[in-house]
Each structure stands twice: as structure tokens, then as C-alpha cells.
Design a protein around this ligand. Sequence first.
Ligand code: ZN
Length: 413
Amino acid sequence: MLPNFETSLKKYAELLVKIGLNLQPRQRLLIFAPLPSAPLVEQVVISAYQNGARLVDVFYGDERVTLARFQYAPRDSFTEVTDWFYKAALDYAERGDAVLQLAGTDPDLLKGQNPALVHTYNLARSQALRPFSAYVSRDALNWLIAAYPTASWAAKVFPNVPADQCEAKLWEAIFEVCRVTQPDPIAAWETHLARLATWTAYLNHKQYTSLHYTAPGTDLTIGLPQQHVWVSGRTKTPSGIEFTANMPTEEVFTLPHKDHIAGVVRASKPLSYNGTLIEDFSLTFEAGRVVEIKAAQGEETLRNMINTDAGAASLGEVALVPHNSPISQSGLLFFNTLFDENAACHLALGDGIRYCLQGGIHLSDEEYGARGGNHSLIHVDFMVGSGQMNIDGQLLGGGAEPIMRNGEWAFTV
Ligand code: ZN
């Protein structure tokens, strides 16, 4: 156990409630959490009530139960979902309440399972979650994803550390990159979020028409829609609650134009997708769509994912992260998107982020699509950035200027 673990856990819980969710007095809070995270959940619940929450509900999930289903349930049963579970989340969203998800499953949980079965399982869950996801993609509620280290996940991140020390090592890393170890974590987050906001302001002012990425194995042009909006750590619900949906967060992101993507991009880190690891892969785009897929490992899973629906073959997010971010500098591969996406510039296949378009949350699906926004049941981030990546922004009046050089910002604000 880490020294001062209990104190750090309380500080972490307080960050989730105050900076992540920015839970408001009179709100309810719904928590989805893995079973082993109960000690953190208890601290979050205490902090929530201390901050005026009216009611906190907790749903615990157990990855062993998920695995048992894959091992023993009828093969034709994987389209079945429990409606009430998804309706509970929707009910919270409709009421204007807050939702926290604690993530920390074994990245290899479903490794040995039939990819078609895993695909059916994921598709059924995505469809059931769709009404709730619509609220999330509009930032219509204060929601947050944060992490809790489980033993299986920790063992994957630290394969060479004795089993009884892995969890403590992962806690140490999470506390570090989530700024829990700073003398005043709340103040450190305020400073960090303010700095992210200066970068988004600079990029929003520029309104580049496209981005050109170059790196070993990558030569990709991504068009940006007119009136795209760069967003970072802190966003706001329509009711005015400022919240930070991911902890940690180091990214500055916007919406790509789904029809204007061309070239090839090579992933710079493996992608852990619902229990399967996809490694050493590259995607070729033409007219906004993936036309060629290559992967050294997990290619079938990647193909299934891209074939989920029409929008899964295009992009819904472009995100910039400087190579010197704390997560990148930790040198760790977390096998968890929440962390790994904040270590490197990344793209997401699938659903676009509506609030990254001016007025986007008020558009009909058709209008949003016509302006370049992508629709899909999936939104899967993959890492493309490295210390060798350069990115240039194309200006509306012609000419280009550097945005990143060797993985770092190429401008000062
Ligand atoms: Zn992202």
C-alpha cells in the first residue's frame, strides 16, 4: 500500500466530484463502477453528499460475470440487453442529474473470445445506450469517466512487477497524472484547465480549413468543417454547469469533416478495444472513408469495428496532445483509452462530437451531417501522435502554418 493512500484516495474522490463533475447542490448522482472500486466509490459518495447531492445511486459491475457470460451463455443470446439498466442512465440524463463511470477492466478480458460474439455483444450494448449517448454527445449533463485500478488491469500495465505490488504502482501513476500528488490538487487543476483553454482559443481564432499530419507511416489530410470549435478539458452543460468529462485530460479536440479525409495514418500505440488488443495498424482513407485496413494483430476485431455501421469507417474526432504531457512522459502504456489518449495526438473512428460545431447541438441529424458531422454507434479513439509527428494547419486564405513540430506545439500563446 502507498504511504498516505487513504488521504490520496479522499483527495482523488474530491477532484472527481468538484472538478470532474462539479456536482451541484440538489443534483442526484449515478455511479457505474467495477466491484473492486468500492473503497473509492465510498469516498465519492461521501464527498457528493457533503457537496449537497440529494441522492447517490451506485451500480457495480463485475468483469468475472461478463467473462462467465462469454464462456457459458447460449451463443445466440448475445443480442439480449437489460433495458432497465440503460433506462436508469437515461432517467438521470433527462432529469439533468450527474453520471460518473469508473473504468478499470482487464484489457485482455475478452481476448480469447470469438470476435463475432464480442461484436454482437458490443453492438447490442451500444444500441441500448444510444438514447443516453445522445445526451453525452451534446454535453447535456455533467458526466465523468475516471479510473480505478483493478488487479487484472494493473498486472497488464506492469508485467515485470511482483503481483502484490502492481496495484500500488498503478495507483501511484494515476495519482501522479491526475495531479492528486500536487500540494493543492484543486488549484493545480484550475491552472491546467486554464492553460488548455488558451490553446483552444488560439486554434478557434485560426479556423484552419484542414490539418496535414506527417510522421513515419503517416501522410494524412483531415478537413475541418466551417465553424468548427476546438474544445478542451472543461465544458459546460446547457444549464451552465462547467465540468471536466475525463480525468485525466490533456487533449484539445475538434470535429473533422467526415467527407474530407484522405491519405494514410499509422497508429503509434496499440488499441485496446473491449478486451481485444489491436497492434501495429494503419488505415487508408479516401473521400472521408477507410478503404484499407492493416493490422499485425487484432485485424478482424478492427474490421468488425469499422463495419459496425456506415459512420464507423469515418472519423468523429481529431485531438492534439503535446508529446511532453505528463502521461506521455510517464512512458507507460495503460491499455486504457482514458489514459493513452492523453499521451498522444489521436483520432476517433465513428460518432462526431456535436458541440465541436457552432450551434451543433441544435441541428437536426441531417443538418449536422450536411455540415460534416459523422454519425455512428461507435466512437473509438486511437493514437497517432509521437515525438516524430508534424502537423500543419491550412489557412482559409491560402498558405499553411505549423501547429506541431516533433510532437510539441509549434506556436506560443
Ligand atoms: Zn479524445
